[in-house]
Design a protein around this ligand. Structure first.
Ligand code: ZN
Length: 505
């Protein structure tokens, strides 16, 4: 009996949904590993993660999927490229072919190694012990080189970096990023210098380092998160060493942060950032869960959502026009006498620093460019893991004028490499560039956005993002999705304008 394209398509979707459920189980365990799991659970968790990754890979590479794709791909279902079915089939085909190129042994080895390496990274960072972490980093880059080689077919040229980058940002290429980042570097370094010179001797962000009791920080952050639209009946906030957002699926989105009693920015803007990710996850269509149309399209687009809420909205005057009075009441000892102008100057303070996640908007992309250059060199064999700390210091000195005293505040600060996330960093900067475009367009389309923010109404922007970005899932490639949603805009230009207004630069 021959199968109709329609029933083949339905079986494809049912299989995809099963895979998504398995992925969601891994996500729950990954979240638990970083929030509540005792240290003694690391080995068991490594085995659990490897088992699930293996099962998922088995399902995702099942020959049956190939048969079903062959029936649906050339059928009338896929004839109109704008139809739901055509988009789902195109993306499932992409995922299948990509997975098929990876041997199961390599997938399981990567899952086990990165699970253990993350626990080792936590210890190495807390003890400032690069030597302890070094063999793990070497192993991970070796496995990622193997992964890249498997993904590149014999005929394809290009960088070993491209297949890894493509996992996070479909269609992006290292060579394009190199050019893009050169321009950005050339514009950002002098802008940062000018702002630093102009604001030298000012109070800077001193008021943000007063005492902000963490229980109150949590209450304020949750109030703002709910205020901009994060649905706490379908999500929650917990604490981790490294903040993240994990959308398990419809109805359950986890965000995390870390609190420092003497640093307001760290947790507050961290939460707002993860909330931006969470709003994207909560904006995906629940009925499409498990199909490409119900999934986020890329990390760059994901990051555009977090950056937009964290920076474009959350560091702006209209936003604080509404929230500043509440912040003054909750943190009355720290902020009682701090005016809106002084507070805005503090949350927009620019200062070259060592820690990426605490970096201001202007220097942030320089941290990313450094990581992009170093991980490419490590992957392509132009830099040995042994020489990483020295190379790290050298680039920080050149671009930011600061040098880490320890590896904990240098190359051990980020979780990404321990988790095998090579090719991930540049998506942060792509997100910043996308966010600048989306925000400019939203202001154009929605008219007086400032007044609604100042009145505490953030729903017009969220509704706009739901329509332009969230509801499409993976219907369009990331670059096309952004091109359809927004015209051109320069990130550096918008920063220049902001600093002009705040600091008269
Ligand atoms: Zn993010």
């Amino acid at each position: 009996m021959t199968m109709t394209p329609q029933s083949a398509y339905e079986e494809l979707l049912a299989r995809a949904r099963k895979q998504a459920l398995l992925g969601s189980c891994s996500a729950v365990l990954g979240w638990d590993e970083q929030t509540y799991m005792p240290a003694g659970g690391a080995t068991l968790r490594g085995d659990q993660m490897a088992l699930l990754a293996g099962l998922q890979h088995e399902q995702a590479t099942h020959p049956r999927i190939g048969e079903l794709l062959a029936i649906t791909a050339g059928s009338s279902l896929a004839a109109d490229p704008r139809s739901d079915a055509a988009a789902n089939i195109r993306e499932l085909d992409r995922d299948y072919k990509r997975r098929l190129r990876l041997p199961q042994a390599l997938v399981e080895e990567l899952a086990r190694t990165t699970s253990l390496a993350q626990s080792e990274w936590v210890i190495a960072r807390s003890k400032n012990d690069f030597v302890r972490f070094k063999p793990w980093l070497e192993k991970i880059f070796e496995l990622k080189r193997q992964e890249s080689a498997c993904l590149r077919s014999a005929t394809e040229g290009g960088s070993a970096y491209d297949p890894l980058l493509d996992e996070y940002e479909p269609g992006a290429q290292a060579s394009v990023l190199v050019t893009l980042f050169q321009t950005l570097k050339a514009e950002l370094v002098p802008l940062v210098q000018t702002v630093v010179e102009r604001t030298r001797g000012s109070a800077g962000e001193a008021v943000l380092k007063r005492l902000y009791p963490r229980d109150r920080q949590r209450i304020f952050a949750e109030a703002v998160a709910a205020g901009v639209g994060f649905d706490f009946t379908r999500g929650r906030l917990d604490e981790t060493a490294h903040p993240f957002c994990s959308g398990f699926g419809p109805g359950d989105c986890r965000i995390t942060t870390r609190f420092d009693d003497h640093h307001f920015n760290d947790a507050f803007f961290g939460v707002l950032h993860e909330v931006g990710h969470g709003l994207y996850e909560q904006g995906l269509e629940p009925a499409r869960f498990g199909s490409p149309l119900g999934e986020a399209v890329s990390l760059g687009v994901h990051e555009s959502q977090s950056r937009l809420w964290e920076n474009a909205v959350g560091r702006g005057r209209p936003f604080w026009g509404y929230w500043h009075p509440l912040a003054r009441r909750i943190f009355h000892e720290a902020l009682g006498g701090v005016s809106l102008d002084a507070f805005l100057a503090a949350v927009n303070h620019v200062e070259p620093s060592l820690i990426r996640v605490q970096a201001d908007e202007a220097t942030y992309n320089l941290h990313i460019i450094i990581r992009f250059e170093l991980e490419r060199a490590l992957l392509e064999g132009d830099l040995l893991v042994d020489d990483l700390p020295a190379a790290w210091s050298e680039r920080y000195a050149a671009l930011l004028g600061v040098v880490p005293k320890t590896d904990a505040e240098g190359c051990l600060q980020d979780i990404h490499w321990s988790a095998g996330l090579i090719g991930y960093f540049p998506t942060y900067t792509l997100g910043n560039l996308y966010a600048a475009r989306l925000f400019k367009q939203a202001r154009h389309d929605l008219g007086d956005l400032d007044s609604s923010f100042a009145a505490g109404d953030f729903s017009p922007l969220l509704t706009w993002l739901r329509g332009k970005i969230h509801r499409h899932g993976r219907r369009y490639p990331p670059a096309q999705l952004i091109d359809q949603a927004a015209g051109p805009a320069s990130l550096v230009e918008s920063l220049r304008q902001k600093y002009q207004e705040l600091f008269g630069v």
